[in-house]
Design a protein around this ligand. Structure first.
Ligand code: DHB
Ligand code: FE
Length: 280
């Protein structure tokens, strides 16, 4: 049986990807950001996941404004890094797990979530930056990755409670897969940031730290927060944080917090990062 053993949450700031690709990790601006992931790199090298369900949002890269699925599962053999305007990032092609992805669609759609099946898709910074933060710059990513894309770009986004419930459905799907696999689930995006309009540059450290605390210890309560609160308190792009609730929903109610990191700023964004383990 496959099992979800741990969850990871992290911001996915595109400038972090550029800092890695251009070798700027030790510059004074970036060094404190990467220091927050030192523990995580050692942790994941020990954990050796077989598959990561990587929850992220596409930033109008693979999906144009013509077609925007609310929840989409990447079922392909592989996913190429997207060209977001400066050429594709020099990172490995993502290898998928088509058999588990198809099983997830079968199980989760039959649990009444209307997922979109994606058989061809390039993946943008929302997916590749978290991989760079945890794995550095390997020749190949060390495990399979199933992209789960969530619409938080065009209104209306899914609610926090819908995302939390999706996490629970994903867990059931994984636990009914017939192969022994060590599966992790990652939630990416956030924390507070707004990159357009009169409030561009907004960061709310009180909101972010309360979110980190409640995500670990009060996920049921946090899932009830309406989307307008995210937008008001965490900025228009802070709504990306609902994706962390998908990760949290797939874990036990009580988890062990292995690592927490918070840093301001990286680009326009507050960087947050959590590692949570299922203890049984
Ligand atoms: C920034 C952060 C994001 O999460 C994103 O998707 C785009 C830009 C930023 O801080 O610049
Ligand atoms: Fe983003």
């Amino acid at each position: 049986m496959a099992k979800i053993t741990a969850g990871v949450a992290t911001s996915h700031v595109p400038a972090i990807g550029a800092a890695v690709d251009l070798g700027k990790q030790n510059e004074p601006y970036w060094a404190p950001v990467f220091a927050g992931y030192e523990y995580s790199k050692k942790w994941i090298a020990e954990q050796k996941p077989d598959v990561i369900l990587l929850v992220y949002n596409d930033h109008a890269t693979a999906f144009s404004m013509d077609l925007i699925p609310t929840f989409a599962v990447g079922c392909a053999e592989s996913f190429s890094p997207a060209d977001e305007g400066w050429g594709p990032r020099p990172v490995p092609t993502v290898q998928g797990h088509p058999r588990l992805a198809a099983h997830i669609c079968q199980s989760v759609i039959q649990q009444d979530f209307d997922l979109t099946i994606v058989n061809k898709m390039d993946v943008d910074h929302g997916l590749t930056v978290p991989l760079s933060l945890l794995f550095g710059q390997p020749e190949e990513w060390p495990c399979k990755i199933i992209p789960i894309a969530v619409n938080v770009v065009l209104y209306p986004p899914p609610s926090g409670s819908r995302c939390y419930a999706l996490g629970k459905a994903l867990r059931k799907a994984v636990e009914s897969f017939d192969e022994d696999l060590n599966v992790q689930i990652w939630g990416t995006g956030g924390m507070s940031h707004q990159i357009q309009g009169p409030r561009a540059g907004l960061i709310n450290q009180d909101f972010d730290n309360a979110f980190l605390e409640r995500l670990v210890y009060d996920p049921d309560g946090l899932a009830k927060v309406p989307h307008i609160d995210y937008v008001r308190e965490a900025g228009s792009e802070g709504i990306e944080l609902v994706m962390w609730l998908i990760m949290r929903g797939a874990l036990n109610t009580e988890v062990e917090q292995k690592h927490r990191f918070y840093h301001v700023p990286a680009s326009n964004t507050a960087v947050g990062h959590l590692i949570l383990e299922n203890t049984d």
